[in-house]
Design a protein around this ligand. Structure first.
Ligand code: ZN
Length: 282
């Protein structure tokens, strides 16, 4: 292990960049075997833009909430898309799987939120992905490639099949988002929240931090926004992580209405919505 390998361990993109700055670019170039910017005599051999340089040391665990000592909470929305959903969209039995009213509400009210995207969703709805990526109130996370479950029994979702497929799905989604937005994802959430301890290890080894939630009321299949928002507000406390969906009908048809009531209620409780990164910062 080089000196830089020891120093440039990161568990968070922001911290990683800070450490890189502290290490000094010259030191990184010298001891991490990364080539310097191209000159006339030497062709470019590597990209020196900020990115994970050493082996990731994300803690293998799933985060369910943030600190209880600060009046902040995180609204998170999963952008599901699967081969089955794609079939429905293609044959016209599902509408576009983007809740534009929810996006518009968050944009207009300037409410920060973290959106976990499946790679399939990112690819299919790239203009919405890019719209989210351009706006600093939004943070993006990884929700696997095609929304297959990581355990054999998980709300009837198809099983992903192998460890290799799990890894490929995370990597493919990271890559598609990177290609379309330039963003490097750090947080990951598994479909149906179904996973085992060894999955935590796998996710961490991909440089991703697994995140669930601690507010069990969600928007999935809800029809009464008032009732769902009331349930969420009842459970809300400092550090809470809310889970909703950005697909719209038919699986999450009233998310925009829930958000409107929830955000107003959080304000009344003195709880400020922030991104996961802001909630979980040390
Ligand atoms: Zn999902």
């Amino acid at each position: 292990m080089t000196e830089c390998d020891q120093t440039l361990i990161y568990d968070h993109p922001v911290r990683m960049i800070r450490v890189a700055v502290a290490c000094g670019l010259a030191g990184i170039l010298a001891s991490c075997s990364i080539s310097a910017a191209p000159n006339e005599s030497a062709p470019p051999t590597a990209d020196v833009s900020p990115q994970p340089i050493a082996v990731s040391k994300v803690k293998p665990r799933t985060i369910r909430h943030g600190p209880r000592s600060v009046n902040r909470v995180a609204i998170t929305l999963d952008a599901d898309y699967s081969p089955s959903a794609a079939e429905h969209v293609d044959n016209g039995t599902y509408p576009r799987q983007v809740n534009t009213a929810a996006i518009k509400f968050l944009e207009e009210s300037k409410t920060p939120a973290t959106v976990f995207v499946t790679g399939m969703w990112a690819q299919k709805y790239s203009e919405y992905l890019q719209r989210l990526a351009r706006n600093p109130i939004f943070e993006l996370g990884n929700h696997t490639w095609n929304h297959d479950a990581w355990t054999r029994t998980c709300y009837g979702l198809p099983y992903v099949g192998s460890e290799e497929a799990k890894r490929d799905g995370l990597q493919k989604t990271n890559q598609v988002v990177k290609d379309l937005t330039g963003k490097t994802l750090f947080y990951a959430r598994l479909p149906g929240l179904c996973h085992t301890k060894s999955d935590d290890q796998l996710i961490a080894s991909e440089g991703l931090q697994s995140v669930n939630m601690d507010v069990s009321t969600t928007d999935a299949f809800a029809t009464n926004a008032q009732e769902v928002a009331k349930g969420m507000l009842k459970q809300a406390k400092p550090g809470s992580i809310f889970l909703m969906h950005l697909n719209g009908a038919p699986n999450a048809p009233v998310t925009a209405e829930i958000l409107r009531i929830l955000v107003q209620g959080l304000k009344a409780k003195g709880l400020e919505p922030v991104t996961l990164e802001a909630l979980l910062q040390k």
